[in-house]
Each structure stands twice: as structure tokens, then as C-alpha cells.
Ligand binder design. Structure first.
Ligand SMILES: Cc1ncc(COP(=O)(O)O)c(C=O)c1O
Length: 512
């Protein structure tokens, strides 16, 4: 590689002080397509999919491996086409997501329709389309039987299980509070409680309209540690073995482990900080109170210095295992535990549903700096106001994401101050709080990284802001795959009743 090129990862690099995605200059993209804008690398999406397939297929030789990326992470039609071309299946949660998957020409046997509260109409459509139904509710079997009769076909189903994990006391990433994985898993709504699954399985096996082909679990984003993943798989296999005994020797031909594998630079849950950070903040709080004795001026001076030291060091610095390391631990544990429990692994299809680790690092969000603002008293602080908002990345707000970022036109400049990167909604809109930045000016281009999963699909219109476009890049080519919303479209679903339009909208005196 050219010496003037500094690689950041597979799709991002710095060339001549500017951030590139593949061979596209991001500053050029911002100028050509306007800001804010989501940018996705087609090449990275293809690389991620190929890497997943290879990592698991190399290590699971007992049967086929299917990668079923979770479409909820990004359902843009163009992206789904790319994944279908690469041989991916799909995890879908709703009728809308099913539509996106099917229109891409996907093999329906590789579609897992998940989710609670499925309607009879939705189930009938699933059976007609020939997709797998992953059963979540206690009464769903009955509905499926009716739907299979309506559709004149047989339903291929899997049961979504809910093992317990008494050995997993590590804090779960699913909760803001300190909650062990065991409890976090139990209170999460999805899946069939074990007390009901035994009778449901018997019914499914007895039904002429249903083919029970496998089992499902969503291991989820509780923890990145391979030791945790090993225990998750171990207990899953134990529950399958228990069900085998209850169901007269039935064994799954499909084992789906769901998603939850993090992406290498995963922003998920980072804003909460580590336990050490939380203790530090508790100490700072107590210290601030104690400093009252010194008088306001002195107290603020000390707090300013402490903030410089303590803030800006947020984010857990854990090393995320690679896809290959996950594949190794998951497949090795499955083989070992299945053999220990007397389950037959020969011919078993292994299915994985990556969401953020498939899409996350394919995307960046570009926005322009509108203003910078600072104060020196009573405490020193800086704000960088962007022309975007965290409402366009609502998924990240829900997930306490701390996104990495690069100032695209100052990518080689050293950070020199601490600032809050804020969005333009009327909320505090602290998109990236308390971070060290270079000497940023109005007009600079900010690239928020790791926005390929759960961000664009969760954008909302708060403050009546039209949602941004998405651009797809491959090599040095770039094109729009979702246009920006117009201001008119923000109000397109509004209906003002006729009576409010009369008399210039003034209320009639007698009706008030
Ligand atoms: C059933 C199922 N599969 C896969 C995923 C993807 O999870 P992740 O993005 O953590 O990989 C989810 C996410 O919620 C899910 O509910």
C-alpha cells in the first residue's frame, strides 16, 4: 500500500489528511450528496458476509452453515440484494422485513420469521412463501395449523427456546443497571418458556400440518467474552437434550444460535462506561460536594481540571474476539456438548444471525460542523454543533452507543481539546459526549463511524427534521440507494380536519 495511505480498517483509510471510504473521498461525498448523509460500503458488506461464511463453514463440517443476517439492522433493499447475491439467508421480525427479504430473490428456506404476536394473515403468507417460522408464542402453533390449512401447505417451524444460565453472573450488556446475564436473559420477552415448550413440541410433532425442523435461540448482546458464549451454547445444548428425551428421541436438523456477536469497534453500551468509570464518577460527585468549602471560584477551577482528567476516557477498552475466534469457540463447544449429551451432529445445519457485526462497520454518517461554541467560566467547556442529530441514530441512543468518529478533512490532526459533539435537535443531543478533538471549525466534515447497523433504520423526525439519504460506495463509485426525505414528506401523513380549515381556523365561539 502507498506510504501516504494510513489504513484504519478494511474500508476506511486516511489519504492526504482526508478520510476515505473504499476509494471515495468522504469530503467529496459530503459535497456531492450533501449532509447529513449515511454512507455504506458495498465492498465491506460483501467482505463481512464472505468472512462469516468461511469462518463457520471451515469449522462446522458436520452439516451446512447458513448465515442469516438480521435484516432489522439495516433493511435497505439494495443492501439486501447484495447479501442475497452472496448467498445469505435472513432473520426477519415483521411482515415489512419479510417483504424486503423476499423481494431480493432470497431462497425462502433460508428465511427465519421471528417475533411474537404474528397474525394469522402473516403466518399464511409465510407458509405460502415457504419460509421457516420461528415460533415465539404459546398460542402460535394453533394459529399456524389454521394458517397451513388456509395456505394449503405444510409449515416448517422451529421453536425459540429460553434456557436458563445459572452460571452466568457477569453483567449483561442488555441493561443499563448491573444485572447478571442469567436474570437479563430471563426477563427478556422473546422465546417460549420451557414449561410450555415440552407440550408444544409434542403437539407440533403430532400435527400433519407442521414440520418441526429445528430450534432457535438468540444468544444476544449480553457479553463479548468467549467464555460467556461457551456457557450459552453449553446450556442451549443441555436444553435441547432434555427436549429430545421429552419428545421421544426427536433431534433438530437445524440449530440456530441467533445474533449478538459484536463488531470489532462495537459502539454498543459504551456510553455507560466500565465499572471503574462509574466508581470514578461517584468519587467525582462526592469530591465536588466536599469542594464547596473552598468557595465557588476555587471549586470551579478544580472541577475544570478534574473534568479534563476524568472525562474523555469513557468507553470500555475490551478486545473484541474476531469472527474466526467466535466461530472456533461456538463450533467446538457445540460439537463437544452434542457428543457429550448423545445428540447426533451429523447433517445438522448451523445457522447464525449476525446483525451489528455484519452491517456495523460497513457504514459511516457524514455531517457538517455548523458552529463551535465555548465557555471558560465557571467551568471550561466546548461544543461542536453538527447539522445532524442523534434522532437520526436513535438505535444508538437506545443502545447507549459511543460511536467512534474522525474529522474527515482533519484526519491527521492531533486532538487538542475536550468537547461535546452535539446534534441540532432541541434535546441536549449529546451525540458523542466528552471527547478529545482537533481544532475543528465551522464547515468541517465529521464522520461518525460504525453506523451501518440499527442507525438509519431507527431515524425519526423529531423537530420536523427530514431524514437523510443513504449513499452506497464500491471502489471509487458512489450512488444514492435511499434519497433524503423532503420537508413536505415529513407532513405527508397529516390530516387537518375540514372544520379546522374554516374561518381561517378560528374556533367557532359557540362550540368552545
Ligand atoms: C432474533 C435475532 N437475531 C439476530 C439479532 C441480531 O443481533 P446482533 O445485532 O446483536 O448481532 C437480533 C437482534 O436483536 C435478534 O433479535
Amino acid at each position: 500500500m502507498d506510504k501516504s495511505v494510513r489504513a484504519i480498517d478494511e474500508c476506511l483509510s486516511v489519504r492526504g489528511g482526508r478520510l476515505f471510504i473504499e476509494d471515495c473521498d468522504t469530503v467529496g461525498l459530503a459535497e456531492r450528496f450533501g449532509t447529513p448523509v449515511f454512507v455504506i460500503s458495498e465492498d465491506q458488506l460483501r467482505r463481512n458476509m464472505r468472512r462469516y461464511l468461511k469462518a463457520f463453514s471451515d469449522r462446522w463440517r458436520e452439516g451446512e452453515v447458513n448465515i442469516l443476517p438480521a435484516i432489522k439492522a439495516n433493511w435497505l433493499l439494495a443492501l439486501r440484494r447484495i447479501l442475497t447475491q452472496e448467498g445469505a439467508g435472513c432473520d426477519v421480525y415483521s411482515a415489512g422485513e419479510l417483504h424486503s427479504a423476499l423481494q431480493s430473490g432470497i431462497d425462502p428456506r433460508l428465511v427465519s420469521v421471528n417475533g411474537g404476536g404474528k397474525s394469522r394473515e402473516h403466518l399464511t403468507n409465510c407458509i405460502r412463501a415457504g419460509v421457516r417460522i420461528t415460533v415465539d408464542d404459546i398460542d402460535e402453533l394453533e394459529l399456524i395449523e389454521h394458517a397451513a390449512r388456509d395456505a394449503g401447505g405444510k409449515a416448517s417451524i422451529r421453536l425459540r427456546l429460553r434456557p436458563d444460565f445459572p452460571n452466568l453472573w457477569q453483567p449483561t450488556g442488555f441493561a443499563n443497571e448491573l444485572v447478571p446475564i442469567d436474570i437479563g436473559f430471563q426477563v427478556y420477552k422473546n422465546g417460549i418458556p420451557t414449561e410450555h415448550v415440552v407440550s408444544m413440541g409434542r403437539k407440533a410433532l403430532a400435527s400433519e400440518h407442521i414440520d418441526l425442523v429445528g430450534v432457535h435461540i438468540h444468544l444476544g448482546r449480553h457479553h463479548y467474552s468467549l467464555t460467556v458464549w461457551e456457557e450459552l451454547i453449553r446450556r442451549y445444548v443441555e436444553l435441547i437434550t432434555e427436549l429430545k428425551t421429552q419428545w421421544g428421541g426427536w433431534e433438530p436438523s437445524e440449530i440456530d444460535i441467533g445474533g449478538g456477536i459484536p463488531s470489532p469497534r462495537d459502539p454498543f453500551g459504551k456510553i455507560i462506561g466500565s465499572t471503574a468509570d462509574n466508581l470514578l464518577f461517584a468519587g467525582l460527585f462526592a469530591g465536588m460536594y466536599a469542594l464547596k468549602a473552598l468557595g465557588e471560584k476555587r471549586r470551579y477551577e478544580i472541577i475544570s481540571r478534574l473534568m479534563g482528567l476524568i472525562l474523555g476516557r469513557k468507553g470500555k477498552k475490551a478486545r473484541i474476539p474476531s469472527i474466526e475466534e467466535y466461530a472456533e469457540r461456538i463450533t467446538a463447544t457445540l460439537k463437544r456438548e452434542m457428543s457429550r449429551c448423545g445428540l447426533n451432529e451429523r447433517g445438522v445445519r448451523l445457522q447464525i444471525e449476525p446483525g451489528r457485526s455484519m452491517y456495523g462497520n460497513t457504514g459511516i454518517h457524514l455531517s457538517r460542523v455548523l458552529k463551535t461554541k465555548y465557555q471558560t467560566r465557571p467551568i471550561a467547556w466546548n461544543w461542536v454543533l453538527l447539522d445532524t442529530t442523534y434522532f437520526f441514530m436513535a438505535g444508538g441512543v437506545f443502545e447507549n452507543n459511543l460511536h467512534p468518529f474522525i474529522v474527515a478533512n482533519r484526519a491527521d490532526e492531533k486532538p487538542c481539546k475536550l468537547a461535546d459533539i452535539v446534534g441540532r435537535s432541541c434535546y441536549a443531543d449529546r451525540m458523542i459526549p466528552e471527547v478529545r478533538i482537533p481544532d475543528v471549525k465551522a464547515g468541517d466534515i465529521f464522520a461518525v463511524l460504525e453506523t451501518g447497523a440499527y442507525q438509519e433504520v431507527s431515524a425519526s423526525n423529531f423537530n420536523a427534521m427530514p431524514r437523510p439519504a443513504t449513499v452506497l460506495v464500491t471502489g471509487d463509485q458512489a450512488e444514492i440507494i435511499k434519497r433524503a426525505e423532503t420537508q413536505e414528506e415529513v407532513f405527508a401523513r397529516d390530516i387537518v380536519p375540514e372544520r379546522l380549515l374554516k374561518d381561517g381556523g378560528k374556533p367557532a365561539a359557540q362550540s368552545v
